[in-house]
Design a protein around this ligand. Sequence first.
Ligand code: AMP
Ligand code: MG
Length: 412
Amino acid sequence: MITVAEARQFVLSSCRRLPPVQARAADALGLVLAEAVRSDGPVPPFANSSMDGYALRARDVEQVPARLRVVGEIMAGDDPAALTVGEGETARIMTGAVIPCGADAVCMVEHTRSEDGWAVIDEAVGPGTNIRRAGEDIAPGAEVFTGGVRLGPAHIGVLASIGVEQVTAYPRPRVGVVSTGDELVNGSGPLPPGKIRDSNRASLLARLAADGFIGLDLGLAPDEPGALAQTLGQAVLDCDAVLTSGGVSVGDRDFVKLVLEQLGGQHARWLQVAVRPGKPFAFSTLPPNGAPVFGLPGNPVSALVSYELFARPSLRLMAGHHNLDRPKIAAIAGAGLRRQPDGRLHLARVRASTRADGSVVVRPSGGQGSHQLTALAGANALAFLPDGYGVAEGERVEVMVLDLDELEPSGA
Ligand code: AMP
Ligand code: MG
């Protein structure tokens, strides 16, 4: 058996970043920039008011109250080029409107009174007050984002603010998903004797979508080397990577590893990883493009856990990410997380929640068998139980957070 870290390293070292592409900024949420982005102009593009109020000369309101003649009104979107605020004068101004010539401060409307063509200013404001200067956020010509930055919603907004509609970024990997097994059927019809419904394809396609990758449903493949070879041979032409599930164990009909070798796979390895769930795992890159194939185990929990440990970091590497792994945090076991020694790391499906003091507490989310997918559905984290007898209630345990949105207050 090899450790999770060794298997992860082996797999990552066989994967490469995908060639960058041009992407529409509006479609680029979650993509990683392959090139820096610069701004031609300043943001904000002109000095503007941060308040609704009166634009004026700070010197005129050193003594308050001060009575100023109102010479104009400037709304957001107006061009006040023809307007100048002279000594003893002021202009009504709205948030986001251009600061007129002559004015060097804005007094917020709450500290003023309007009197028939005049404004009484009740607050002294220094030069620059309530003015957002041109270029205060982005200077003209500035490098706004470096290559390697992952684009979130605010980044997409910044790109829009500087008028950048196209970026050079790493594409989302296109990932084919195949389920192997003669026992598998699709859909909702009555189950024939001995058959089960395929859940791995559905869960893996959903997992890929949630992770920002493009999943391609490649259907079911029987436990027959010829058919599997044909499916995989075609898949690596159409996809950047392929996930299979099932057929990597030591059963008489476990053909995935054999087929990967037949197809001339590089780095073809059948790994016995010291982890539970997720011990059997096959990997290879296949010609002609070196697309990685991740041979995930068949048990539904094992398939998703193995994806988390090996496929997800690799796909993130291909997508240009620097941060490949989920966050790991220290938590407290809210109930005993027991196990028996077997030379393997155990990953318990747990529900993590926050306590009033900010610490995180975890409890098992259900049955821990590798076929019991409901416990993974109810989990938002995996607890790392090193080889031994597990963790007692109240002890510290390391957890990998799967879903931060589901990290709720514990109520205890
Ligand atoms: P295998 O590794 O092919 O021996 O599969 C291990 C276990 O996982 C068996 O009980 C299979 O029936 C089950 N299994 C394999 N593939 C799937 C799948 N796509 N959906 C649900 N269960 C599966
Ligand atoms: Mg099978």
